[in-house]
Design a protein around this ligand. Structure first.
Ligand SMILES: *Cc1c(COP(=O)(O)O)cnc(C)c1O
Length: 413
């Protein structure tokens, strides 16, 4: 263990780059834009390409600025190794490209980010079967497992309806059955929760959201927690078995998904994300405090018919959320009384901005059925618990009283 693995969350992020020498003593890891890398001689070039010596080969497969961010994310998740990607979806897509073959089966939570749901639908039509289950109860996951199941996929708190997966029990089930357990930690972030502790094999983070935190860069990551024994996995190619078994999964994903499909994170985006991450704990504490206050205010208002936020006692997984997470997150959703038009309501807000994205410093609101969940149709939305009038709020770091006043005046008007 290095020194900073023992220090607190923010100290560790602030000082992680300095665990290795930084060029010219820079306090920030510099932005390296070079696509190619030079070597001492041709033999060293060959040694790097064959993995016998450390070094960078070509910008699509790795870059020093991106590596520094990978180290930072890896520390946050207490992982064994981390790979960054161009977006959160590229990180999830890398699991499909790197690990799944025709004939395999995936069990996924039904309660998902819309584009992840769309990705599983695509995969389901291409020879890999996907079963969607209510993952708030491990029994539904267990009932869906077949001899062909390779992967179980869940979100910690589901975007946008905030259902909390039965995380620890699903982890124990996956361990018993030798399944790769993938947890999308975007909604909680490693500050509120480390999926490694509930047995996750791989952790997904959309770096675009709370980790970058300012809505100014896209990125994604996949962290291997070290919990999964890759020697049990049936589709590791011989090429990657030259490494110790603990590295097989990520070696194959880096080559077969990052290198071959090219969803590479750029160095400038990596820099923005690394700088944003420095204030993650401060921002998230404030977002959670604001979200709690807003959820309580809306919950007490008769014009609001439902508020979905794990911090409320009325939430079905309130207790579970309190046991698992440092705080219940900065995202909530709510439904208005039938006689209030959700578009008119949103248009009366003066501070909260109608926009997609979450985990931004600014409060963002979106009518989900009409936008990000529009394409899937009403029937699928209903099965995910998404009402047609549902408004999602990604709560920002504004001064609490300004925010409460904004949502209140829009109800009063
Ligand atoms: C946004 C999001 C993603 C995808 O991240 P992008 O960077 O937008 O591709 C994946 N999972 C969840 C839960 C998200 O909120």
């Amino acid at each position: 263990m290095t020194e900073s693995n023992k220090s607190g969350f923010t100290t560790s992020i602030l000082h992680s780059d300095r665990q290795k020498t930084i060029e010219h003593g820079s306090l920030h890891k510099p932005i390296h834009t070079s696509v190619a890398f030079g070597y001492k001689d041709a033999r060293e070039l060959a040694a790097v390409f064959q993995g016998r010596e450390p070094g960078y080969r070509y910008g699509r497969q790795g870059n020093p600025t991106v590596s520094a961010l990978e180290d930072k994310i890896n520390r946050m998740e207490d992982g064994q190794s981390t790979i960054c990607f161009a977006t959160g979806m590229a990180a999830i897509g890398a699991v499909v490209q790197g690990l799944l073959r025709a004939g395999d089966h995936v069990v996924s939570s039904s309660f998902l980010f819309g584009n992840t749901n769309s990705l599983w639908q695509t995969v389901n039509g291409q020879g890999t079967a996907v079963s969607w289950v209510d993952a708030t109860d491990v029994k539904n996951v267990e009932a869906a497992i077949t001899p062909a199941t390779r992967i179980v996929f869940v979100e910690t708190i589901a975007n946008p309806r905030t259902q909390v997966s039965d995380l620890a029990r699903i982890g124990a089930l996956c361990r018993d059955r030798g399944l790769v357990y993938i947890v999308d930690n975007t909604m909680t972030s490693p500050y509120l929760f480390q999926p490694k502790k509930v047995g996750a094999s791989l952790v997904v983070n959309a770096l675009t959201k709370s980790i970058c935190g300012h809505g100014n860069a896209l990125g994604g990551s996949l962290t291997d927690t070290g919990n999964y024994d890759w020697s049990q996995y049936p589709h590791i190619a011989q090429n990657y078995k030259k490494y110790p078994a603990s590295q097989w999964g990520m070696a194959q994903i880096r080559a077969k998904a990052l290198r071959d499909f090219g969803g590479t994170l750029g160095p400038e985006a990596a820099h923005h994300i690394a700088v944003g991450a420095e204030t993650m704990a401060l921002r998230i504490d404030r977002e959670c405090a604001n979200a709690s206050a807003l959820a309580q205010m809306l919950h007490a208002d008769p014009r609001v018919t439902a508020v979905h936020y794990p911090g409320l006692e009325s939430h079905p997984q309130h207790k579970l959320s309190a046991e698992l997470f440092r705080a219940p997150g900065g995202l909530l959703s709510f439904e208005l009384r039938d006689d209030i038009d959700c578009f008119d309501y949103l248009n009366r807000l003066r501070i909260a901005i109608p926009a997609s994205n979450l985990g931004d410093t600014r409060t963002l609101v979106i009518p989900v059925a009409h936008t990000i969940y529009y394409e899937m149709g009403q029937e699928r939305r209903a099965s995910m618990g998404i009402a047609e009038s549902l408004i999602r709020v990604s709560v920002g770091i504004e001064d609490s009283e300004d925010l409460l006043q904004d949502f209140r005046q829009a109800l009063d008007a």
